[in-house]
Design a protein. Sequence first.
Length: 147
Amino acid sequence: MIRPARLLALLLALLLALASPAAAWANATDGTAPAAETAAADAPAGAVVELLRLRVPERQRQAWQKAEQLVWEPWLRQQPGFLSREILWDPDHAEALVLIHWASLADWRSIPEASIERQQRRYERLAGVGRGGFPVLESRTLEPGAA
């Protein structure tokens, strides 16, 4: 069984692979997982991670990535308590994993539902998908921590 810290390290390495294959390979294979350990150590007390796993058909991947970048990323940066976001792609299952880091659960939950719905509609229009967007396969709240 893979330890949670190691799993997080592998997920972070995958994200790095999308940006820099050489750096990601080094982080994924050296066993030290510095990015994951630093992220957990630097997380403020009470921080949470919103996990979303989405079904994104390969033929819609580029539209999905563009919509994520142009709609959700700028909006999230404006939200109180938003710390960072990671987007990972699983090509074997045509799934995306989105990890959104919040300073607290209260910050995340304080966002008005109407604001989220407006962004969702913009996201769906830009991605060219129907109401509901890409199916959410999983949604969880995680706490950063060491293994």
